[in-house]
Design a protein around this ligand. Sequence first.
Ligand code: ATR
Length: 287
Amino acid sequence: MEINGRTRTCGLIGNPVEHTLSPVIHNTLAERFGHNLVYVPFPVEAGRIEEAVAGASALQILGLNVTVPYKGEVIPCLREVDSLAASIGAVNTLVAVPGGYKGYNTDMEGLYRAMVTEDIRIADEEIILLGAGGAARAVAYLCAVKGAQRVYLLNRTLDKAQKVAEEVNRSADRQVILPMALADFDSLPDRKFLAIQGTSVGLAPHVEDVVIDDEKFYARIHTGFDLIYSPWETRFMKLVKANGGQAYNGLKMLLYQGIIAYELWNGVEVSGADADVVYGKLKAHFI
Ligand code: ATR
């Protein structure tokens, strides 16, 4: 692509941003669509997020992704916030609107789209969710919004699971999230579940770590979805497979959060064929 006077800019704000794969997603899509657009990382120092957003708007930057540690902190700097993002309290995508940006959470819509493409259902399902940190809390909201029948929220610290459950149940106006301590997994109903691994346990370089290390737990799982994609196959995924389940990593979630952001910025729909091309490029970074 030739950069010229009409080139539009999108990018990523966060700290650090050096290891991001988002440029692979967006620059590949721009090339496939023939859009005159570049996507670049912008490191933002602590305490300067408000300036960064105002500056981006002044520079007419078309859209931004937001990563750690600014997904919450960016919210007061926005003109509008989408309702799912507002209830989760985390924004990862900014779309230019008059006078500033509107914030969205495409992480969760991305997880949902990744699951749909793998034929994994949330609606009417009974789901085990591991963790009660920022990521797991967002997944709990997603499950509630997408009509899960029940989510068993298992966390090392029961207190935190209870807080998340109260909050999501209040927002959903039904008792969809059931908090439990990790150690009590034996008291889960006797059936097979979809399990979503939403903690950072097992993330490289700690690839031998896993939240529950008991084979009995994995015999309860028909499908395991780990939000982690580095390593390519986490210990959680290996244990699910060893016990006869299907296991997926989080790379398709990364792919689709990016695709949904690109669609919002450019008013286009990314085809399955284009998604496959981008996925191939992302995957090449791992295997
Ligand atoms: P994030 O925002 O990425 O979700 P976080 O808010 O730090 O990260 O949350 C980390 C999650 O991983 C929590 O659910 C945490 O459990 P606690 O609430 O009990 O701290 C979980 N976690 C971290 N290390 C763990 C470990 N060694 N065993 C079990 N759970 C662990």
